[in-house]
Design a protein around this ligand. Structure first.
Ligand code: ADP
Length: 290
């Protein structure tokens, strides 16, 4: 099963072009969709999840036309939205039971088995009778994955899943996702480079509605080999360096700015070459202004 997106376009009523000729081929496994806020990720995710229409283009999941055969696609789809909205006071078990009915599991004995199995799988069985509204951020995300996985989806879409999770919760969530990714198409949309780095074998970077890179994260890093230079400077030197070089990122190390510069030739004194990482890839593509 492959998800094929071709020339997808969407312009909102206010004139914002959220998707501009987006074409991607997404195989089984974990696929990262990386982009800064406002890049168009949610628009793409909602379109793939059949919740929103595109202006033009096509999307196929295997043989299914995602843009027109919405009902059929929904049976194969699991979706974890960025914002769940209000978390109900209902218990995790009751809520999953309810969702399982909506997904067509009508036999109550079968449903009980499926729901309990899912609660075990996401490590919430011990909390199954507690209200979801009282869950921690990590527990809510694991509940979110549980509801998305009910009914064995072939396509799983998760939108910005690790926002607000502490490092331990994030790890548990990562492990759960990568387990799922062995059999189905999982699209993970995020603005966090680390998420993609740790989880995904292929990815796309989108910026201002356009695909600016599609391929393996490792390949993207290799493409920049020999071109990333770093230098520790004082705050006062920052503006001058920004004018003179193509500064793609600035971070503070022990209170002092450490800049990364993109340059084919050695930029000069004080710079040292570094191995490019995925952050360099990301910032070199989305910080075009330098
Ligand atoms: P991301 O998920 O990458 O942050 P979005 O898909 O939410 O990006 O947004 C892409 C662009 O479209 C942004 O400029 C955003 O402000 C705009 N946008 C999103 N939803 C709407 C909407 N319903 N109406 C108008 N503009 C929108």
């Amino acid at each position: 099963m492959t998800l094929r997106i071709e020339q997808l376009c969407k312009t909102y009523g206010n004139g914002v072009k959220a998707l501009d000729q987006v074409s991607l081929e997404i195989p089984i496994g974990m696929y990262g969709l990386l982009g800064p806020n406002g890049a168009g990720k949610s628009t793409l995710m909602r379109t793939l999840a059949t919740l929103q229409d595109a202006d033009s283009g096509s999307v196929f999941l295997g043989e299914l036309d995602v843009l027109s055969q919405k009902q059929q696609v929904r049976r194969l789809l699991g979706y974890l939205p960025q914002e769940f909205g209000v978390y109900p006071r209902t218990s995790a078990m009751e809520m999953l039971d309810h969702i399982a009915i909506l997904k067509g599991i009508t036999n109550s004995r079968e449903r009980r088995e499926v729901v309990e199995g899912m609660l075990e799988r996401v490590n919430l069985f011990a909390h199954r009778k507690k209200a979801i509204s009282g869950f921690s951020g990590g527990m809510k995300q694991r509940f979110g994955i549980a509801q998305a996985l009910l009914g064995n989806p072939q396509l799983l879409i998760v939108d910005e899943p690790t926002a607000g999770l502490d490092p331990g919760e994030r790890n548990r969530f990562y492990n759960l996702l990568s387990e799922v990714g062995e059999n189905v198409v999982v699209i993970l949309s995020t603005h966090i480079v680390q998420d993609v780095k740790e989880l995904c074998t292929s990815m796309a970077i989108i910026h201002q509605g356009r695909v600016v890179y599609a391929g393996a994260p490792v390949q993207a890093e290799q493409n920049l080999r020999g071109m990333i230079w770093q230098k520790s400077i004082s705050r006062q030197e920052l503006d001058e360096h920004r004018r003179e070089y193509r500064v793609i990122s600035t971070k503070l190390v022990a209170g002092r700015p450490l800049i990364h510069v993109l340059s084919e030739l050695a930029p000069g004194a004080g710079f040292s070459q570094v191995d490019p990482d995925l952050e360099d890839v990301f910032f070199s593509l989305v910080n075009q202004a330098g």
